[in-house]
Design a protein around this ligand. Structure first.
Ligand code: ATP
Length: 222
């Protein structure tokens, strides 16, 4: 049975925090593949100033070139209108072999917004989630984030989610599991990368070399 991670986001731009997270999740969950899926017009982000989709897509391609097991999909860019995760998950599940097991990968900052997503209840019924506990992102530490995730799941999704320490996640009699993952994640965000560019600071430690070149060639985020 193939195991595939779906990793959506704005990727404006993709950075080494995304890539590290993908590598660690791939190992940690024995995934065969992770698909990066840039969103077209992110419904939850202020779209002004977001680099055009083609640039974001190309930067992901450059970042992932030669990295086995990593793939990029333009499905959200091809779909008209805003990108909704539920549509993307349906798309992948409907077009895959029957035995394929998908996981939706997202940071805890994104997770806490799920109740504003289209058909979010259905999402918990069709795909296991892997929530990345991002260092440097509020709430301040891993323990506080875990506590907030528990509260969020129980109040916003279902009281029947139960934590399993052994499996590092929440389990439910009818809905899919919600796993927590924090191993070796790094505190990098696209916002910090964009701010560094605006301030004229180097970004080489935060962004793959080929992406650095693309950003300067296209004068992005100035
Ligand atoms: P921005 O700063 O513009 O909000 P971002 O760095 O959060 O961007 P996104 O493109 O929004 O990047 O991220 C896509 C997904 O990856 C989101 O679910 C986000 O939570 C997660 N993510 C982003 N950076 C990291 C990181 N350093 N470690 C783990 N997950 C991350």
């Amino acid at each position: 049975m193939e195991r595939i991670g779906l990793f959506g986001g704005t990727f404006d731009p993709i950075h080494l925090g995304h890539i590290r997270a993908a590598k660690e999740v791939m190992n940690g969950f024995s995934l065969d593949k992770i698909v990066f899926i840039p969103s077209s017009s992110p419904p939850h982000k202020n779209t002004s100033g977001v680099a055009i989709a083609e640039d974001r897509l190309e930067m992901i391609r450059l970042a992932l070139a030669g990295q086995p097991g990593f793939d990029v999909s333009d499905t959200e860019l091809k779909r008209p209108g805003p990108s909704y995760s539920i549509d993307t998950v349906h798309y992948f599940q409907q077009n895959a072999a029957k035995e394929t097991l998908f996981f939706l990968i997202l940071g805890h900052d994104a997770f806490f917004e799920i109740h504003t997503w289209k058909s979010y209840h259905e999402l918990f019924g069709i795909i296991p989630l892997i929530v990345l506990l991002r260092p440097g992102h509020p709430p301040s530490n891993g323990l506080a984030i875990r506590k907030d995730i528990a509260t969020y799941l129980k109040t916003k999704i279902s009281r029947q989610y139960r934590f399993s320490l052994k499996k590092a996640g929440y389990f439910h009699p009818d809905l899919k599991p919600v796993y927590l993952f924090s191993k070796n994640l790094v505190d990098i965000s696209s916002t910090s990368v964009r701010n560094r560019i605006k301030n004229g600071d180097p970004i080489r430690s935060f962004v793959p070399g080929e992406v650095v070149k693309w950003i300067s060639r296209k004068n992005l985020y100035q």
